[in-house]
Design a binder for this molecule. Structure first.
Ligand code: SAH
Length: 250
């Protein structure tokens, strides 16, 4: 008898933003594979009875490689178990959900998808930065900043991004922020374009840092900005009001 794998998004952090379906499948799970991105509140509340596997710290030390994670999911499902693969935000946005779905399909394992609220939209939104706005931006592009912007044959089309008048949202971009800002400006984007960085969005220790393409790298260094953070570039950042309380209860 085959079990099932649930690819589940936890939302950006905090139980309030976990969907009802995500809570339900977590409660019924036999096995939960997670990493740290869902955040302490959700991870601390995982049900007692399930076997819990920390993919970032397996056996106390080693990080599970992607193929090892996939093997564990498949093996447990073949034992007839309900397996939850819990991911931050939505499983299909830079979460390797697509790859995992591919493997599970290939191996004939039944899958259920439980979408999550993505940090790319919710984290800026929760501090009062709408990623689109009739007056400021009619499109939004979400990209990973993880890729080394100096690397040859980069998959990122800087020319196109610099010319894009919509909002740019960058995930995993803290380390490469100086190179990203520099690349956008050298490809023609206005150095005065406003930028916001939201660290640990929708968590009690959330912090917002603002600047422009010209200044943000220096400001981020000074304030020691650390991941996880969402970076928003574009005129919508002008809508941010510092210290505005309670847009979303944390
Ligand atoms: N699937 C996730 C993204 C995974 S990539 C989603 O849909 O949200 C991991 C990146 O997401 C982090 O490096 C950071 O850029 C962003 N991120 C996720 N949760 C966040 C949070 N609560 N606050 C700030 N950034 C977050």
């Amino acid at each position: 008898m085959k079990g099932k794998v649930y690819l589940v998004g936890s939302g950006p952090g905090g139980k309030a933003l976990l969907t009802l379906r995500a809570q339900q499948v977590l409660e019924e799970a036999d096995v939960i594979l997670y990493d740290q991105l869902p955040g302490p509140e959700i991870l601390a509340g995982l049900p007692e009875r399930a076997e819990k596997i920390d993919c970032g710290k397996f056996g106390g030390q080693h990080t599970l490689e992607q193929d090892e994670i996939e093997e564990i999911m498949v093996a447990r499902a073949l034992e007839g178990k309900k397996v939850v693969r819990l991911k931050g935000g939505d499983p299909f946005l830079f979460g390797r959900g697509g790859e995992e779905l591919g493997v599970l399909r290939e191996r004939g394992i039944p899958v259920e998808l439980v979408p999550g609220i993505t940090s790319a939209i919710a984290v800026p939104g929760a501090v009062g930065i709408p990623v689109t706005h009739r007056k400021y931006a009619s499109s939004v592009t979400i990209l990973t900043g993880h890729e080394d912007p100096e690397k040859d044959g980069s998959a990122i089309d800087w020319e196109n991004l610099a010319g894009n008048r919509g909002t740019l949202v960058i995930l995993m971009g803290v380390r490469n922020l100086p190179a990203i800002a520099e690349n956008l400006v050298s490809h023609g984007k206005d150095p005065g374009t406003p930028v916001a960085i939201i660290e640990r969005g929708m968590r009690p220790d959330q912090r917002v840092t603002t600047g422009t393409l010209a200044t943000i790298a220096g400001i981020a260094r000074e304030r020691q900005v650390r991941p996880p953070a969402v970076i928003v570039i574009g005129d919508v950042v002008r809508l941010y009001r510092e210290g505005e309380p309670g847009l979303v209860p944390l």
